[in-house]
Design a binder for this molecule. Sequence first.
Ligand code: COA
Length: 151
Amino acid sequence: MLIRNVDKNDFESIKEIKPVIDSVTFDDRILRQAKGDVDFLVLEDNGDLKCFVLLKWKGKDTHPEYPDIEDLYTKASERGKKYGSTLIAECEKMVREKGFNKIGLAVNPNENCSAHKLYKRLGFNDTGEKTYIDGVYNGVEDWCIDMEKSI
Ligand SMILES: CC(C)(COP(=O)(O)OP(=O)(O)OC[C@H]1O[C@@H](n2cnc3c(N)ncnc32)[C@H](O)[C@@H]1OP(=O)(O)O)[C@@H](O)C(=O)NCCC(=O)NCCS
């Protein structure tokens, strides 16, 4: 198993993980990674890309004070094999090594209760702050809560 940074040539393989990702989003992540603002990480197993995540060093609007995990995504046929948990553990390690003592993420606890459960199992706690619209996808508002973990 190998965890590495996504490369500009990985677009098609990343699309195999998440078919709805577009090239504008992908290119923007590669650019931000080159500037050092994010690490766009992918987990490879047996030469096949299984799961990716965007680690944002400057956090998110609601919590710019610590790094944030965004868009954790495992190929649909490969879920439940701990690839997601492994990438989160790698993010925690990287964040700890850079001297931070907290890491965050956002989740829609109603629409994505299995991911919410997973994050709780991995030690993330709801911050208790108010829910907010994290984005609008195909006209549907994505209502999220923030979670954080002391590391
Ligand atoms: C959430 C997600 C990243 C987890 O990735 P993963 O590689 O399956 O993670 P793990 O194998 O480490 O953990 C699996 C856990 O995720 C949850 N899960 C969510 N959707 C799942 C699915 N379709 N299949 C299996 N487990 C799923 C389960 O609660 C499972 O817990 P368990 O091990 O106690 O059964 C993955 O389900 C995914 O890509 N979902 C779509 C994108 C998404 O919702 N991302 C999160 C945005 S906040």
